[in-house]
Design a protein around this ligand. Structure first.
Ligand SMILES: Cc1ncc(COP(=O)(O)O)c(C=O)c1O
Length: 401
C-alpha cells in the first residue's frame, strides 16, 4: 500500500522555483524574465511524486540502457492496460497499448494512420493546437466544429455540413483544453455515432481525464458502445496528471489487433526511428503503480485553485468565465477590452509581469479569440500574486464603449 500523499506538497514553499527557472520551458519559467509569474503552458509547478523519482533513480543506478521493444516495455503496457481497466471501466489488454514518446506523438501517429494528403479531419474549435498540427503534419485539412466558449455547448447542427467524401477522422478532446469541459454521455454518443455513420476514425485525446473535479464525471468515449470503440484510438499521456512532460511519454490504445499493427507501422517504432525511452516508461509505470495518492492530493489542491481562480476572475468587472469541470486551465472572456487578446497578453507581460496564453487562433483555433488561457496548477500564493497582477493590468486597460 502506498501511503496517502500530503497536501503540504502543494504549498508555496514546496514550489521548486530555482529548478523551474532552469528546467520549465514551453512558455514557462525558464523562458521568462525572473520577475514574471508564469500562468502559461499547462504544466504543474511541483516536484513529481516520490515513488516516480525513486523508480527513475533505481533504474539509472542499474546502469543498463539497452534498446526496449518497439511497442513498449511489457511492464509499461501492462500498467497502462490495468489503468484503463480499473479506472475507466473498460476492459483493455496490454496488446492494445503502444508506448509513444508523448501524447503529442501519439496524436501524430493516429493522424498519419487515418489520413492521406488532402483528406479531412473534423476537430473542435477551440481546442489545443496539437489537433491541427497533427492533422496538417499528416497532410490533412482541418474542418472546425464550433464549441461555444461561453456555454461550452457543441454546435451539433454544424456537424453534418462539415462532412465531405474526403473526411476520414474526428478529433475528440475530453476533457476539453482550453474550455475545461468534461463531455457528457449524450455529447459523446452524438460524436461517436456521427463517426460510425460516416465511417470515420476517432482520435480520442484523454490526456486530461484524471484532472476532473468533484462536480463532474469523466466518461471514456469507447465505453459508449462497441461500434464506437471499434474505430477509436485513445491517446493518453503523463504530463498533466504526473508532471512528466519532460520525459516525453504517453500511449495510444488501439481498438483492434489490425489497427494496432497499422499504428505500430506508421509510428516507425519498429525501425527505431521513433519510440518511447525505456527510462520514461519506468517513470510512467511507477506513476500508475504508486503515484495515485499523489495525483489525488494534486487534484484536491487543483479544485481549490480552480475555485480561487474563478472567484478572483469574476471580481474583475467585464470578465466572464465558466467554471472548468476538468483540466487546470481557465478561459476567461476578455472581449470587453479594446485590445485584442494577443495585445492584452503582451501588455500584461510587459507592464504587469504576468504571462498568460492569448486565445489566439494559432494556439486554439479562431473560436478562441477574445479569451485568455490561464493555467492554475501552481501554489495558492503564486496564483494569487499572478491573478492580482492580471486584475491590475485589466483595470489599467480601457474597456470598449
Ligand atoms: C489536449 C492535449 N493533448 C495533448 C497534449 C500534449 O501532451 P504531451 O506532453 O504528452 O505531448 C496536451 C498538452 O498540453 C494537451 O492539452
Amino acid at each position: 500500500m502506498t501511503p496517502p500523499a500530503d497536501a503540504s506538497l502543494f504549498r508555496d514553499a514546496a514550489v521548486p522555483m530555482e529548478l523551474l527557472r532552469q528546467r520549465a520551458f514551453n512558455l514557462r519559467w525558464a523562458t521568462l524574465p525572473s520577475d514574471v509569474i508564469a500562468l502559461t503552458a499547462a504544466d504543474p509547478d511541483f516536484a513529481v511524486a516520490a515513488p516516480i523519482r525513486e523508480a527513475l533513480a533505481d533504474y539509472v543506478r542499474g546502469g543498463v540502457f539497452s534498446y526496449g521493444p518497439p511497442e513498449g516495455l511489457p511492464a509499461f503496457r501492462a500498467a497502462c492496460a490495468a489503468m484503463r481497466t480499473a479506472r475507466r471501466g473498460l476492459p483493455c489488454a496490454p496488446e492494445q497499448i503502444l508506448a509513444v514518446d508523448s501524447a503529442a506523438a501519439g496524436m501524430l501517429h493516429v493522424a498519419r494512420l487515418a489520413l492521406r494528403p488532402g483528406d479531412e479531419a473534423i476537430v473542435f474549435d477551440p481546442v489545443d493546437f496539437l489537433f491541427k498540427s497533427s492533422v496538417e503534419a499528416a497532410g490533412g485539412v482541418v474542418k472546425l466544429l464550433p464549441v461555444h466558449p461561453a456555454t461550452g455547448a457543441f454546435d451539433f447542427d454544424a456537424l453534418a455540413a462539415l462532412v465531405t467524401p474526403r473526411t476520414r477522422l474526428l478529433g475528440v478532446c475530453n476533457p476539453l483544453n482550453p474550455l475545461g469541459r468534461v463531455l457528457s454521455a449524450d455529447e459523446l454518443r452524438r460524436l461517436g455515432e456521427f463517426a460510425v455513420a460516416h465511417d470515420l476514425w476517432i482520435l480520442n485525446d484523454e490526456i486530461w481525464s484524471d484532472i476532473v473535479y468533484s462536480d463532474a464525471r469523466f466518461i471514456s468515449l469507447p465505453s459508449i458502445s462497441p461500434a464506437i470503440a471499434a474505430r477509436t484510438f485513445t491517446v493518453q499521456g503523463f504530463s498533466k496528471t504526473f508532471g512528466l512532460a519532460g520525459l516525453r511519454i504517453g500511449f495510444v490504445v488501439a481498438p483492434t489487433p489490425e489497427a494496432f499493427d497499422r499504428l505500430l507501422d506508421v509510428s516507425l517504432a519498429r525501425t527505431t526511428m521513433s519510440g518511447a525511452s525505456t527510462l520514461s516508461q519506468v517513470g510512467a509505470v511507477a506513476a500508475y503503480e504508486h503515484g495515485w495518492p499523489w495525483a489525488e492530493a494534486f487534484v484536491a489542491h487543483l479544485e481549490r485553485m480552480r475555485d480561487l481562480t474563478v472567484s478572483l476572475l469574476r471580481e474583475i468587472p467585464g470578465v466572464r468565465v465558466r467554471v472548468p469541470e476538468g483540466t487546470y486551465v481557465a478561459f476567461p472572456d476578455v472581449s470587453a477590452w479594446e485590445l485584442g487578446a494577443e495585445d492584452l497578453a503582451r501588455r500584461l507581460l510587459d507592464q504587469n509581469r504576468v504571462a498568460v496564453v492569448p486565445g489566439a487562433a494559432r494556439w486554439f483555433g479562431p473560436g478562441a479569440e477574445g479569451h485568455l488561457r490561464i493555467c492554475f496548477s501552481t501554489s495558492e500564493g503564486i496564483l494569487r500574486e499572478g491573478l492580482g497582477r492580471l486584475a491590475a493590468g485589466l483595470h489599467a486597460e480601457r474597456r470598449k464603449g
